[in-house]
Design a protein around this ligand. Structure first.
Ligand code: NAP
Ligand code: MG
Length: 458
């Protein structure tokens, strides 16, 4: 029995659209359809598969305004971000459209014959997407999976299914055959869990919280099902006194408050060299107070609302926990009313054991602590179960290189907060994940290596 529910606009708290969520039986039927489509999709010529992905990319680009509008309404993303996200899907599709014609194996010297390897598709791939970046995370998964010859069943987050549903329609309009890319809205515990347990799904690519990721990994063990995990983060922004402190302070809000801090790469722990701490905080306060939290439809918006009332309550509980962390200052916030709004917030944790320093809050909250020297900065940065992203601000090249190697994290930027370029690999160390998305590395996540020996002696 399938049921329906309302998708909510987080800026206003009002219903946007009713969505039907799939039952286990409906999920199984779509998985079976994807398994059937795999038989022909895997044999589409490299040339044709490339062209279909390019056509899909062009379709997405033509609909960027429409997709962005849907995302602003469903997810509260700022207009600037939503347009970037739609373009990111088009760009990722275009990048992986180059793959079918270049999915090389190897020829390895052997006696008495020829040995070659093939990168074979895995089969039906289940992609489970969180609510914080509905478009890019869907696109990173399905672009690489389809390019390598797999078919896809994709479950968007219950809170944010609208752009994924539209992308599925655009794929069909672009000529991607029926059954190759299937969007299945529904509950994680129903649809997502079925990707784990249905043996026709041969791989699960999960992005979301570390807690759910662990249960997915445990579930996949039963069938030795392939799994990649993109999980939580608590990334450090390490600022040395030798850098331009004012510039580092001005850049810091963008590194953490973008998407209202609902970003796995958010630099939520700022570490400042002790002798520059006061100077940093002075400039940082000005920068935070000028970071614009407002109606996401405005071009000037730096951040919009949080995704849900539940998320707002969780985030607020960290802000109000005075025995854990002291409130240093907050930014301004223009909206009021029924949406899920929290202003940019800066906390001073009591020490490195504080919850606000250790736990992923997933909202516009940053914690700041001082460090003594290089060794202390490394120790504090690595004192986390996570290792997804991070930044290092210094004008000393040697120090930048030493820190880049010592910080245990998958994606670092020096003198910048950028983390994601679609042609470079992205993923986490430690409990931030397993495997890599994007760039050339992602292809290994969606293929099996087959080795074949041809005997030339008979
Ligand atoms: P979540 O609660 O783990 O949910 C993620 C997805 O998994 C949703 O589609 C959810 O479905 C589904 N799900 C929940 N329980 C499931 C189960 N038992 N079996 C299968 N699927 C299940 O995460 P979230 O709250 O949406 O997103 C925030 C988290 O994602 C943060 O921790 C963030 O750091 C992480 N994240 C990581 C990356 C990265 O690349 N490393 C990127 C973005 C976000 P429902 O629709 O039912 O909720
Ligand atoms: Mg959740």
């Amino acid at each position: 029995m399938s049921t329906t529910y309302d998708v909510i606009n987080p800026a206003t708290g009002k219903a946007v659209k009713q969505i039907k969520e799939a039952s286990v039986e409906e999920t199984d039927a779509i998985i079976a359809k994807a398994a059937e489509a795999f038989k022909s999709w895997r044999n589409v010529t490299p040339y044709d598969r490339s062209n279909l992905l390019r056509a899909f990319s062009n379709k997405v680009r033509e609909h960027r305004e429409e997709l962005a509008k849907i995302e602003i309404e469903n997810s509260g993303h700022t207009r600037g971000n939503a347009l970037w996200e739609a373009d990111n899907v088009a760009n990722v599709l275009n990048y992986y459209a180059g793959v079918p014609e270049r999915l090389y194996g190897r020829q390895i010297p052997v006696a008495g014959g020829v040995d070659i390897t093939f990168k074979e598709p895995i089969g039906v791939v289940g992609i489970i997407v969180p609510w914080n970046f509905p478009m890019p995370i869907a696109g990173w998964g399905f672009s690489a999976a389809l390019a390598t010859g797999n078919t896809v069943v994709l479950k968007p987050a219950e809170l944010t299914p609208l752009t994924a549903i539209r992308l599925g329609e655009l794929a069909l309009e672009a000529g991607i055959p029926e059954g190759v890319l299937n969007i299945i809205p529904g509950k994680g515990s129903v649809v997502g869990n079925r990707f784990v347990t249905n043996p026709l799904v041969r791989k699960v690519s999960f992005t979301g919280s570390t807690a759910v990721g662990k249960s997915i990994m445990a579930g996949c063990a039963d069938q030795v099902k392939r799994v990649t995990l993109e999980l939580g983060g608590k990334s450090a922004n390490i600022i040395f006194a030798d850098t331009d402190i004012e510039a580092a302070a001005n850049a810091a809000p963008g590194g953490v408050f973008d998407n209202a801090g609902q970003d796995c790469c958010a630099r939520t722990r700022i570490l400042v060299e002790k002798k520059a701490f006061d100077k940093f905080m002075e400039h940082f306060e000005k920068a935070v107070k000028s970071f614009r939290c407002e109606d996401p439809n405005l071009d000037s918006a730096g951040m919009g609302p949080l995704i849900s009332k539940k998320q707002m309550d969780v985030v607020t509980s960290y802000i109000n926990n005075e025995s854990d962390s002291k409130l240093a200052f907050q930014g301004s916030m223009t909206p009021s009313g029924d949406g899920f709004w929290v202003p940019p917030t800066v906390l001073l944790p009591k020490d490195t054991k504080a919850k606000a320093w250790q736990e992923e809050i997933f909202g516009p909250v940053v914690a700041v602590l001082p460090f003594e020297d290089e060794a202390d900065a490394i120790a504090k940065a690595n004192d986390s179960i996570y290792g997804l992203s991070g930044s290092i601000y210094t004008s000393n090249l040697g120090k930048a290189l030493r820190l880049s190697r010592a910080v245990e994290t998958g994606n670092l930027s020096v003198n910048s907060h950028s983390s994601v370029r679609y042609w470079t690999p992205f993923g986490g160390f430690k409990q931030s994940g397993l495997g890599r998305a994007l760039g050339p590395d992602s292809l290994d996540m969606y293929t099996e290596t087959k080795n074949v020996f041809f005997n030339s002696e008979n």
